[in-house]
Design a protein around this ligand. Structure first.
Ligand code: 5AD
Ligand code: SF4
Length: 439
């Protein structure tokens, strides 16, 4: 049989999945298969999926229906589901979608080439075992050219927030070796990358399996050994936001002054029901520490509205928290019950209409705050890493500040992708800064 498969991968969900797609691409490439950029050119179509909210799964199900047309062509086409949905639904995916041939969970990606081969011989396959050790540490992700790269430094999550499916779909927490991460940053620097984002469900509970170094140690080593690299990281958990980590971020210029620190709710009662393991006061203490050591640090957060039993009073506590802390930005969600989680057994008692109302209230408040904060940026100068022409108007270019704000500006004659330029901010919206290059 012709061994030359052409594989197209589509990615849904978080950055972790985008990074996993690069790992899967490496595995497929090493097996001698070709990676293509449209489903039309492919005889293997893989969807790397997300389960975090019902909406994410709905999107993938709709896509699977749509992809049916590729299965009805003359040439044989293999359809695969990877990632969190594969792990969560397992054989149910094959039962529900007769078009799907392979189902592969996040810790079994090494088996994909073999599963593809078998599928072409007519055998459907499932590989969904979770692992306590798999970190794909030895595999260099197959990245597209660019200036900004993701590096997964850990996999899984042990926190078991009661609403969250991730500990079930991605398994136990495990970290890569520090040396291997630092080496990867060095190599990316040699290849011309200017910025890396260290990724994990809880980056700040990182622990090197070889040396026991923690996340602050890892950040420091990356920053020290590769001083020209901009270093970002997501996502941090408030429980593990140590003084040492905050001091390390403050100390090194090339560690970005931007922290994403999900609060989820401003109500202690709801935080406890969510098993978040902190109170609002503790959270606020971390924010105050960050702001005292890193005065211009940008902060963003995640909010869930309408968690089981959330009262108007709890909701008010969340609004109060947003007003008191004044985040630069927030990702805001309606609670979505997920099978297997603890919260799934609680009564989902906030009516959908009320969830939407609360969500809109939170979004409106946060937009107003983001807008006000960005007004305060006017006439300040930021160092922007140039990403290239802006999507809306190609005569303008886009980049990001150290604080992770998208900035639009007119390029100079010599401005090139990957340059660091000084931009004086002249205008803004709640989500974007606009400015001019200054010398
Ligand atoms: N419903 C709504 N939002 C959720 N998140 C995680 N699980 C759920 C759920 N069941 C949100 C949290 C988390 C972000 C990645 O997604 O805010 O921080
Ligand atoms: Fe989910 Fe909580 Fe783990 Fe984040 S920390 S992945 S919300 S269980």
């Amino acid at each position: 049989m012709d061994n030359k498969f052409s594989v197209y991968i589509e990615t849904y969900g978080c950055q972790m999945n985008l990074s996993d797609t690069e790992i899967v691409s490496r595995i497929i490439f090493n097996a001698g298969y070709e990676i293509v950029d449209t489903p039309k050119k492919a005889n293997v179509i893989l969807l790397n999926t997300c389960s975090v909210r019902e909406n994410a799964e709905r999107k993938v199900n709709e896509r699977l229906l749509h992809l049916k047309k590729f299965k009805e062509l003359e040439k044989p086409v293999i359809l695969g589901v990877l990632g969190c949905m594969a792990e969560r639904l397992r054989s149910r995916i094959l039962e529900k979608n007769s078009n799907v041939d392979i189902v592969v969970g996040p810790d079994e990606y090494r088996k994909i080439p073999e599963l593809i081969q078998n599928a072409f011989l007519g055998e459907k396959g499932i590989a969904v075992k979770l692992s306590r050790v798999e970190t794909y540490d030895d595999l260099e992700p197959l990245r597209k050219e660019g200036i900004s790269a993701w590096i997964s430094i850990m996999r899984g999550c042990d926190k078991f927030c009661t609403y969250c499916v991730v500990p079930y779909t991605r398994g136990r927490e495990r970290s890569r070796r520090m040396q291997s991460v630092v080496d990867e940053v060095k190599k990316l620097c040699d290849e011309g990358f200017k910025e890396v984002t260290l990724l994990g469900q809880n980056v700040n509970s990182y622990k090197c399996p070889e040396t026991n170094s923690d996340f602050a140690d890892l950040l420091r080593e990356c920053a020290r050994q590769v001083p020209s690299m901009r270093i970002r990281f997501i996502t941090s958990h408030p429980q593990d936001m140590s003084d040492k980590l905050i001091e390390t971020i403050a100390e090194w210029d090339n560690i970005c002054k931007y922290i994403h620190l999900p609060i989820q709710s401003g109500s202690d009662r709801i935080l406890q029901l969510m098993n978040r393991n902190y109170t609002y006061e503790h959270y606020l203490g971390r924010i105050n520490k960050i702001r005292s050591l890193i005065p211009n640090c940008a902060l963003s957060t995640d909010i869930i509205v309408g968690f089981p039993t959330e009262t108007l009073e709890d909701h008010q506590a969340t609004l109060r928290a947003l007003k008191e802390i004044r985040f630069d930005g927030a990702y805001m969600f309606r609670y979505s019950p997920r099978e297997h989680t603890k919260a799934f057994k609680m009564v989902d008692d906030v009516p959908e209409k009320e969830k939407i109302r609360r969500l809109n209230e939170v979004i409106d408040l946060q937009n107003k705050i983001s807008k006000e904060i960005n007004l305060g940026e006017h006439n300040r100068i930021h160092i922007v890493l140039v990403e290239g022409p802006s999507k809306k108007d190609k005569t303008y270019w886009a980049g990001r500040t150290d604080t992770n704000k998208v900035t639009i500006f007119k390029p100079g004659k010599d401005t090139a992708v990957g340059d660091f330029v000084k931009v004086k901010i002249k205008n803004s919206t709640s989500a974007t800064l606009f400015g001019e290059i200054v010398q």
